[in-house]
Design a protein around this ligand. Structure first.
Ligand code: IPM
Ligand code: MG
Length: 358
């Protein structure tokens, strides 16, 4: 029996509720396989600040590095909005990503057939959407120097080095090789020097992947194309801030931001987290959708632990719960047979995932 060590970072807002459901599902699915999990909880975000005065205590990094993978909920909330920048929950998360070195953020956006009516777009536009945003995660304007502000001015710098662009481009092309072999690289090369370099380097890397068709798109156009005709995209390769924005936009294709998982990889230890935030407005009410986090746990099994069959079982269990009409409140208007709470949804998926025929 193998035991995987998972660092759990529940975070703020709905973080604890959704992580609990993902753990329920992981434990359920493991009952069908020759492995189990041991969990080590660590603090990050506002809750970490409240207890330790630091949104990212050193111990959290230690625990993450001693694990096989990190499963993370969400951080942030109004309560901490007025803190100095480096004390804010978001700074903890950014430092965490940087310290771990997870430079590649994979954000799949898939439209479940059962939910084609849930999107704000027409069913025929979204049916069959299956794309992957590959977002550079530890560079770009989020981290560039110089940055700062005084009373009358605030400034940040968007900077990418050749090496940073090369490595994320390789990720995108490798992922495309496993998919429909199309990469669309998104930039603002008509305006930004950093994007010109981005485009040149992506072109060079593309030569190593002759089977993959590469196209380029300006980010403003990409934002428009994503809702005009999302099926044109397979892999969308992009920098940090454009990827942040486009992945939120892509989530709306699927009907709820509560459905989209992500994997942050590229280093020894990967971080698996929903793309949504901590939703303090609905925290503690038992109405958050746990599916994005459960699907992130599935990505963890697939990418970090190589437990493909177990990951498939979770993905199937999610689909089954949706096709049987179970919906959390965010999706209540869409072909719901039964509205369920966060923990009911977790239990339903866990039950399906624990059926051991595979
Ligand atoms: C995300 C979030 C974070 C980001 C915030 C919370 C710092 O929006 O993971 O997309 O901007 O990367
Ligand atoms: Mg975001």
């Amino acid at each position: 029996m193998k035991t995987y060590k998972i660092a759990l970072i529940k975070g703020d807002g709905i973080g604890p509720e959704i992580i609990d459901e993902a753990v329920k599902v992981l434990d359920a699915v493991s009952s069908c396989f020759e492995f189990d999990f041991s969990y080590d909880e660590a603090l990050m975000g506002g809750c970490a600040y409240d207890i330790t005065g630091d949104p990212l205590p050193a111990e959290t990094i230690k625990k993450a590095l001693a694990s096989d993978a990190v499963l993370f909920g969400a951080i942030g909330g109004e309560k901490w909005d007025d803190l100095p920048r480096e004390k804010r929950p978001e700074s903890g998360l950014l430092r965490f990503r940087k310290e771990l070195g997870v430079y590649a953020n994979l954000r799949p956006a898939v439209v479940y057939d059962e939910l084609v009516n849930a999107s704000s777009l027409k069913p025929e536009v979204v049916r069959g959407v299956d794309l992957m945003v590959v977002r550079e995660l530890i560079g770009g304007i989020y981290f560039g120097e110089p940055k700062g502000r005084d009373e009358n001015k605030g400034w940040n710098t968007m900077v990418y080095t050749r090496q940073e662009i090369e490595r994320i481009a390789h990720n995108a092309f490798q992922i495309a090789m496993e998919r429909s072999k199309r990469v669309c690289s998104i930039d603002k090369a008509n305006v930004l020097d950093v994007s010109q370099l981005w485009r040149e380097v992506v072109e060079e890397v593309a030569k190593e992947y002759p089977e993959v068709e590469l196209s380029h798109m300006y980010v403003d156009n990409a934002a428009m194309q994503l809702i005009r005709d999302p099926k044109q995209f397979d892999v969308m390769l992009t920098g940090n801030i454009f990827g942040d924005i486009l992945s939120d936009e892509a989530s709306m294709l699927s009907g709820s931001i509560g459905l989209l998982p992500s994997a942050s990889v590229g280093a020894k230890i990967g971080v698996y987290e929903p793309i949504h935030g901590s939703a303090p407005d609905i925290a503690g009410q038992g109405i958050a959708n746990p599916i994005a986090t459960i699907a992130s746990a599935s990505m963890m099994l697939r990418y970090a632990l190589g437990e493909i069959a177990a990951a498939d079982k979770i993905d199937d269990a999610i689909k089954r719960a949706l096709s049987e009409g179970y919906r959390t409140k965010d999706l209540a208007q869409y072909d719901a047979k039964e509205i369920c709470s966060t923990s009911e949804m977790g239990s339903i998926i866990a039950n399906y995932a624990a059926k051991c025929k595979h």
